[in-house]
Design a protein around this ligand. Structure first.
Ligand SMILES: C[S@@+](CC[C@H](N)C(=O)[O-])C[C@H]1O[C@@H](n2cnc3c(N)ncnc32)[C@H](O)[C@@H]1O
Length: 165
C-alpha cells in the first residue's frame, strides 16, 4: 500500500479493477461455449455482474455458505456448496477442462492468509480451464501452465490478475 493511499482508495481500486477485468474477460471469451465459474459468492455483486453480461453460458457458483443479496442469489442447481478445497477437485471429475471463464474472489482482509490460500487453490483451479479460457482473480495466483495477461485499461496493477490457458 502506498503511504498516501487510504483503505477507501484501495477498496475503490479493487472494485474498479474487478469490473474492468471481468468486462474484459467476458468479452474475450464471448465466443466460447463452456461454463463460467464464480468462486466465492459473498454479497453476490460480481455474480450479478457476470449473469447480467453473459449470454448463453451457465454461471456456477462455488461457496461454502450462501448469504448473498436476494437479487444476487443463484438458482440451487447452479450452486456448488462446500469448501472449494473439496468442491474444486470434484468439479474436475464433473466438468473437466471446459470452463471458459473462472473468477475467484475468495479472500478476506488478511493479505498473508489470502496468499497462502491462493497457492493452495491454484493447482485445483488450473485443470478446470478450457484452452483459451481466462481466469480473473483478486489475488496473485500460482499456476504452472497458465500465462499472466496484461490488465485492461482502467484496472490497477496488483489489484486484479488475469491468466490464460
Ligand atoms: C470477498 S467474498 C466475495 C465477494 C463477491 N465477489 C461479491 O462481489 O460480492 C468471499 C467469499 O468467498 C467465500 N469463501 C472463502 N473461502 C472459501 C472456501 N474455502 N470455500 C468456499 N467458499 C469460500 C466466503 O464465504 C465469501 O462469501
Amino acid at each position: 500500500m502506498s503511504k498516501n493511499q487510504s483503505r477507501l482508495d484501495l477498496f475503490i481500486d479493487r472494485m474498479v479493477s474487478q469490473r474492468a477485468c471481468l468486462d474484459h474477460a467476458i468479452a474475450q471469451t464471448a465466443g466460447m461455449a463452456g461454463p463460467v465459474f464464480e468462486l466465492g459468492l459473498g454479497n453476490g455483486r460480481t455474480y450479478h455482474h457476470l449473469v447480467q453480461h453473459i449470454d448463453g453460458r451457465p454461471v456456477f457458483v462455488f461457496e461454502r455458505a450462501v448469504a448473498s443479496h436476494p437479487d444476487s442469489t443463484p438458482p440451487e442447481d447452479r450452486v456448488i456448496l462446500g469448501d472449494v478445497r473439496e468442491t474444486l477437485p470434484a468439479a474436475v471429475d464433473r466438468f473437466g477442462p471446459t470452463t471458459s471463464l473462472i473468477h475467484a474472489d475468495l479472500g478476506g482482509h488478511n493479505r498473508e492468509k489470502n496468499d497462502i490460500f491462493a497457492r493452495l487453490v491454484s493447482p485445483l483451479i488450473e485443470p478446470l480451464l478450457a484452452p483459451g479460457g481466462l481466469m480473473v482473480s483478486s489475488d496473485r495466483m500460482y499456476f504452472e501452465r497458465l500465462e499472466e495477461m496484461p490488465l485492461p485499461e482502467g484496472a490497477v496493477e496488483g489489484r486484479c490478475f488475469i491468466y490464460r490457458r
